[in-house]
Design a protein around this ligand. Structure first.
Ligand SMILES: [Zn+2]
Length: 289
């Protein structure tokens, strides 16, 4: 069992019932018309963008972000610290904009498989040429890998729609990518965290931009989590959300690869990944505050 869009929608509803100060809105729609939700947490002038499930098989990142919001808000209300961090100060200084599922259609394919009555799914079978997508699907409902679709040294890694690594006809060709970049362009973010799985790694640079500052901040995130720092190379080094954010704004952007194992990581791994990654978000928030 995975963590699909329906579960996400139910959990967001529960969160907003529980914590009345949370603001939930959508920043755009997926190819299949699903809302891409954003949850605003905090009251500070500093702003951090946090995204999860850019890739279909990586829905553990969505569950992590939802649970993070729940546990963070619980501590705010009770005026408790969280994993060694002063939550009251962070809440006052930093506003988090959390998009827990950037790619709802891809997650749906990876968790629930194909629906032969669905025109998008039938098109995928024709273009990609395979019939069982559940254990391989990373892309959106048009077979575009959303973390290769950003305008940052964009290039064709794979020539046509595929479960993974096809960057689209051109940068920002996909509505999910457009939703993210349009939202980020109109909000003055200080930092971006893009959550993926797996590897227990932190990717920290793009094209040498502000390399020293990025390395120092990434080192703090690595120290607090025990994750390994990686300077991206090969197909990991362009076309991604954090690459575009660094290129466009010259600010700090990191890709966090949660957990270790074979994707999809099991939902039961949430306890194993939770604290390390909660610390990463809290530490990142302190860095910009
Ligand atoms: Zn990924």
């Amino acid at each position: 069992m995975g963590y699909d869009y329906l579960k996400l929608c139910n959990d967001i509803k529960d969160l907003t019932n529980k914590y009345k100060s949370l603001d939930v809105f959508h920043i755009g729609k997926s190819v299949m018309g699903r809302s891409i939700y954003c949850i605003r947490v905090g009251m500070g002038k500093r702003k951090i963008f946090i995204g999860g499930a850019y890739h279909g098989l990586e829905y553990l990142t969505s569950l992590f972000l939802i649970r993070f919001i729940d546990e963070y808000m619980f501590r705010i209300i009770n005026k408790w610290w969280f994993a060694g961090f002063n939550t009251e100060d962070i809440f006052k200084d930093v506003t988090m904009f959390i998009v827990p599922m950037v790619n709802p259609d891809g997650v749906d394919i990876a968790t629930n498989g194909l629906d032969l009555l669905n025109i998008h799914h039938r098109n995928l079978i024709d273009t990609v040429g395979i019939h069982d997508f559940r254990h391989v699907w990373q892309a959106n409902a048009r077979g575009v890998d959303l973390n290769h679709n950003y305008d940052a040294n964009w290039k064709m890694t794979v020539p046509s729609p595929s479960p993974t690594k096809y960057g689209g006809e051109n940068p920002e060709s996909e509505c999910e990518t457009q939703a993210i970049v349009n939202f980020i362009r109109k909000t003055d973010f200080d930092m971006l965290l893009a959550f993926h799985s797996q590897g227990k790694e932190i990717y920290y640079s793009f094209d040498g931009t502000n390399e020293k500052k990025a390395f120092l901040a990434a080192q703090k995130l690595a120290d607090i989590s025990g994750y390994t720092l990686i300077r991206p190379t090969g197909s990991d080094s362009y076309g991604g959300c954090k690459d575009w954010f660094i290129k466009e704004f010259g600010k700090l952007g990191f890709t966090i690869e949660i957990g270790k194992g074979k994707n999809p990581l099991p939902i039961s791994m949430i306890d194993d990944v939770f604290l390390d990654n909660a610390r990463i978000i809290l530490c990142a928030s302190e860095i910009i505050s």
